[in-house]
Design a protein around this ligand. Structure first.
Ligand code: NDP
Length: 448
């Protein structure tokens, strides 16, 4: 008789939990996963994937407009939100099925229930059933943070945005980070009047100032309004169902929808962490070591619940490293250096490595190369939107330490450029590469 029911019980079937579970099973472990919602987690069910589909949908608004300048006569165009929404949700169902199959084909048992840790090696499912495991992995992710003030419950978060019955005519988005800027673009392209408000005086903190300024300038040109240094006082519901948002330093604003995109908080409540001695930090994130081990020897955590880097590919790597370390006899840590990232705003931003400010502070002497250009397609389309590419180099070594881009397809271009930056290549290496002409990405090897 085995000492425990399973070798591994994972709580949470998102990106990190699914990868960890299936790899552990492939290493020969007996694995079960408990998931209270749907297999796939935030990224697949209510995050990156359906968001990207909406971004594609939104982009047609400009593409159809631009098409006229390329000779296309498009007599009448209407947009059907319900059709797009249902097609996107249909694909989410498909992916949910695929993720479930992946677990099943690796003989991972799935409990479609909430789990609480009730003993050192024990979890209790919401049905009351108890299961034991040698190792417990917490991969419960994070959820939207909603600031607390009178009327906050009248707002929605990105979770609900995917299920709206109609596109609101006027939307107020709170926050100026990833989700706020991505949804500002989506709602704006679908015809809503968008106002983005933030507590501080900047958007996308952490990104290079030049690309942030460019996004602000282009967003304003597209008709998105911004209000900075604005903190909510209250939201009131009006008789006609509209909402009036009151905020500091600005006039009240009447809208049809308020969406909070004010960061995400780790899902640790009700997991029973205190009872088994798993420590959390001041933000509620589970404290882990470089192998994702918590303060309790056989309890691990990966992904957003640890608040290291809140990105899907990082959670997947953490899940893989955990499974290889604990069940594959191959101790593995995750390399957090030079992680490329993107904001799927309109136009999108992509970055890897240090910003100009960070490089100046860290290295002292740097060289900055830029290309500020109007993509060929935008010229023909009479679209006055310029792309900006920026390369930051260590002046002493010529090594590229940061790349920052805003412009069409910049995340697609950045993925390849990030390999070169991660590999420690120099400006001279970029220059030695022949351009592919005519492309936008050729600017990378022609930077002055
Ligand atoms: P972000 O951390 O990107 O931005 C949060 C925004 O909300 C900031 O503007 C911040 O202001 C503001 N804010 C934070 N706390 C409060 C508060 N208490 N009251 C009022 N405003 C507040 O978070 P998001 O919600 O946009 O996204 C969450 C995470 O999800 C991201 O950090 C990212 O890791 C991930 N994500 C990644 C995407 C991608 O890779 N493309 C897409 C979407 C999400 P201030 O500037 O003052 O700090």
């Amino acid at each position: 008789m085995a000492e425990y029911d399973y070798d591994l019980i994972t709580i949470g079937a998102g990106s990190g939990g699914v990868r960890a579970s299936r790899v552990a099973a492939a290493h020969g472990a007996r694995v079960a996963v408990a998931e209270e919602h749907r297999v796939g987690g935030t990224c697949v069910i209510r995050g990156c994937v359906p968001k990207k589909m909406l971004i594609y949908g939104a982009h047609f608004a400009e593409d159809l407009e631009d098409a006229k300048h390329f000779g296309w006569d498009i007599p009448e165009c209407t947009f059907d939100w319900v059709k797009l929404r249902d097609n996107v949700l249909g694909d989410v169902d498909r992916l949910n099925g695929l993720y479930t199959k992946t677990l099943e084909s690796h003989e991972v048992e799935i409990f479609h229930e909430r789990a609480t840790i009730t003993g050192p090696h024990e979890i209790t499912l919401s049905s009351g059933e108890k299961k034991t495991a040698k190792v417990i992995l917490i991969a419960t992710g994070a959820r939207p943070h909603v600031p607390s003030f009178p009327g906050h419950e009248l707002g929605i978060t990105s979770n609900e945005a995917f299920h709206l019955d109609a596109i609101p005519k006027r939307v107020l988005i709170a926050g100026a980070g990833y989700i706020a800027n991505e949804f500002a673009g989506i709602f704006n392209e679908f015809g809503a009047k968008v106002t983005l408000i933030n507590r501080s005086d900047q958007l996308l903190r952490g990104y290079d100032e030049s690309v942030r300024d460019r996004l602000l300038q282009i967003s304003l040109m597209k008709g998105i309004d911004f209000r900075f240094n604005a903190e909510f006082i209250k939201i009131e519901e009006n008789e006609d169902g509209s909402l009036t948002a009151h905020m500091t330093n600005h006039e009240p604003l009447e809208v049809d929808c308020v969406m909070f995109a004010t960061g995400r908080v780790p899902n640790v409540e009700g997991l029973g962490l205190e009872d088994v001695g798993v420590e959390v930090d001041e933000k509620g994130a589970i404290k882990v070591d470089e192998y994702s081990k918590s303060s309790v020897d056989h309890i691990y955590a990966v992904g957003d619940v640890t608040n290291r880097v809140q990105l899907t590919p990082v959670a997947i790597r953490e899940g893989q490293a955990f499974a290889d370390t604990v069940f594959g006899d191959k101790p593995t840590t995750v390399d957090y250096g030079c992680i490329p990232s993107a904001v799927f705003s309109h136009p999108p931003i992509a970055a890897v490595g240090m910003t100009e400010a960070e490089a100046t502070n860290t290295l002292g002497s740097i060289k900055v190369y830029t290309s500020d250009f109007r993509p060929m397609k935008n010229v023909v389309a009479h679209r006055n939107e310029r792309a900006l590419y920026k390369m930051i180099c260590d002046a002493a070594t010529d090594r590229v330490v940061g790349m920052h881009m805003i412009g069409p397809e910049s995340p697609e271009i950045m993925q390849a450029a990030a390999i070169a930056v991660k590999a420690g290549l120099t400006k001279a290496d970029f220059d030695a590469t022949v351009a592919i002409h005519p492309t936008m990405s050729e600017e990378l090897v022609l930077l002055k």
